[in-house]
Write a protein that binds this ligand. Sequence first.
Ligand code: TRP
Length: 332
Amino acid sequence: MDEKKVMLSGIQPSGDLHLGNYLGAIRNWGARAEEFDCYYFMADMHTITVRQEPAALRRRTLEQLAQYIACGLDPEKNTLFIQSHVHQHAELGWVLNCYTMFGELSRMTQFKDKAAKHAENINGGLFTYPALMAADILLYQPDFVPVGDDQKQHVELTRDVAQRFNGIYGDVFKVPEPYIPKTGARIMSLNAPDTKMSKSIPEGCVFLMEKPEDIQRKFKRAITDSDTENCVRYDPASKPGVANLMAIYSAVTGKTYEAIEAEFAGMGYGKFKPAVGDAVVEALRPIREEATRIMADKAYLESVYRAGAEKASYVAEKTLRKVYKKIGFVAR
Ligand code: TRP
């Protein structure tokens, strides 16, 4: 076995990927495989804590896998799988439910938010979701769990549960660290540059699979700033809209802010915005084409998620056996 550190993350297939996901995170994942043994899974079991339309869930799960591959996550170098294909997640999830406290679960801010948003469906799964997430993680004994800010609390809880379990039964689980990547641009909404780009504000959000003309329209309507200067200059404090567009342009072209200022010297926002739109369209074109091609190749997709599930199950099963033995279940 190799000595690489293990990294694992789950992604809920509950919405379409966008430019913020790509430039902020996914784009850097491909290169990680050199340094880490990486597992990425589609967290389909987590999505049903809120109602899903079955056909849409199935389609989005596969689309997301296709898009990740198209963004450079090589299935030969990373273990890519679908959570529900690896039954050990549900099994360890149950066990960890019994080692996670009601009080701990009650303090999760995501639970409180989602319970407020879906008041008609505050189900048990929504409440115990962090125990399943702890199982997702601990099955693979990872060193690091790359997550966004909103998931840090769940990773902290996972550490507490792992330590509690280890305290009773000895060292069964590796206690993982959250991993906040150094690289990655923070992309803001095109029409509200003080909030992160997100699918909840679709007009300010550029989706990876969006048509070029729609992308262009969104950039042309992007908010610039209310100053009268009409000049492309990097000044995030007083010109957040322009700074965001410059960050996007820089991320997709590799140009520095000075180079961008020089390129658009003497030109106004009317020239700059469509230029950013063009650069984004060109950067996303190969991804869109590749994802479309992969989506159409069902046999290939199937071979990827099958191989991923096989590899993941092998690792997960080792941990689950150990857990069952420790807690006193009779071996079959
Ligand atoms: N809860 C995460 C989210 O909503 C998704 C997730 C599920 C996850 N299991 C995980 C992330 C394990 C990291 C590790 O985004």
